[in-house]
Design a protein around this ligand. Structure first.
Ligand code: PMV
Length: 337
């Protein structure tokens, strides 16, 4: 990883600020990333496509610590040095330390989304960390390079460097230099995403282990790369032509196909809770009744609903606790939390 970071930041002048700050939005994949072709560089087997979540995400501040150890804060709480969260942040920072062994950081991370409950907080978390580090160091890297650095922390973080619809190209190179995210030049003002929180408990199997297990043991995974590629093309076209139903249908099928591959793993990976299933049926019933409403779901129990502005009132009545986001106006429309 060190050589990858060096390759990207080489030639950049270090003009350290006292504090570097940044915000990154979380994102929800409409065509999911599941499976790595290289675990250390976080290179995916398939390309993916997401929509960002406006004001839902992570705010990060970074500065040099006085201590001989990194100080990692999460939502105002100092994390133990040997906690998973602090270790993940420190390991990520290792290749960026200007003088090996004698620079430590203080990192303050504020998430306004539940951490690790399948609401992609690692995506906004690592994107905000890279952007804050970039601000602190005074570098002038391109967003494309920043997306490759964020990718090293968490694959989906590469997409959180941008807003709106974002595609992360899997790339084919072994050195990972062609595996970066890029925004789609499309604004869809009436597009809505609703976050239906079912549980804020930490997921039992994280995405890294879950992916490795699926790739290794699930017979259904064999169909995934081609299916994902096909879905990505369909979703791109649906975005370009504003074909909401095609987009919703394909995104929902893509998510459920990913979950089918997970469930066929050994031991099985089942992220759904009883309430998840109940709400999936609720969405399907409403669709039967004519509502243009679709769902997607990541490696956790929570659902994200996809709909358009014209149906917002109706959706809100059906799901009173829904957090509704308008990704293209960066406004969180309702928050019940
Ligand atoms: O970036 P990771 O390692 O947290 O994996 C994300 C995996 C999914 O959320 C299930 C899909 C995606 O593309 O975001």
């Amino acid at each position: 990883m060190k050589w990858f970071v060096t390759k990207i930041v080489e030639g950049q002048m270090l003009r350290e600020k006292r504090v570097g700050k940044a915000f990154a939005s979380s994102n929800i994949a409409l065509c999911k990333y599941w499976g790595k072709r290289d675990a250390s560089l976080n290179l995916p087997i398939n390309s993916s496509l997401s929509v960002s979540l406006g004001s839902l995400g992570t705010q990060t501040k970074i500065s040099v610590s006085e201590k001989a150890v990194d100080e990692v804060w999460l939502n105002g709480v100092l994390q133990k040095v040997d906690s998973d969260f602090a270790k993940r942040v420190s390991n990520f920072l290792d290749p960026f330390r200007p003088h090996v062994g004698n620079v430590f950081f203080t990192v303050h991370t504020e998430n306004n989304i539940p951490t690790a409950a399948g609401l992609a907080s690692s995506a906004s978390g690592f994107a905000a960390l890279v952007l804050a580090l970039h601000d602190w160091a005074g570098w002038t890297l391109t967003r494309r390079d920043l997306s490759m650095l964020a990718r090293l922390g968490s694959g989906s973080a590469s997409r959180s460097i941008f807003n709106g619809f974002v595609q992360w190209n899997a790339g084919t190179r072994e050195d990972g230099m062609d595996s970066f995210a890029e925004p789609l030049p499309v604004e869809w003002n009436d597009f809505r995403v609703g976050v239906l929180e079912i549980s804020d408990q930490e997921k039992r199997v994280g995405s890294r282990d879950g992916m490795a297990r699926t790739v290794k043991t699930s017979a259904l995974y064999k169909v995934w790369p081609n299916q994902a590629q096909e879905d990505l093309t369909t979703i791109r076209t649906a975005i370009e032509t504003r074909d909401f139903n095609q987009l919703g249908k394909t995104a929902e099928r893509n998510a459920l196909t990913m979950h089918a591959t997970m469930m066929a793993s050994s031991p099985p990976l089942l992220y759904f809770l009883p309430e998840t299933i109940k709400q999936i049926h609720h969405v399907h019933q409403l669709r039967k009744e004519g509502l243009e409403l679709y769902l997607t779901i990541d490696a956790g129990p929570n659902l994200k609903l996809l709909f358009q502005k014209k149906d917002q009132q109706m959706v809100k009545e059906q799901f009173p606790t829904l957090q509704i986001i308008a990704p293209f106006s960066s406004v969180l429309i309702t928050s019940n939390h």
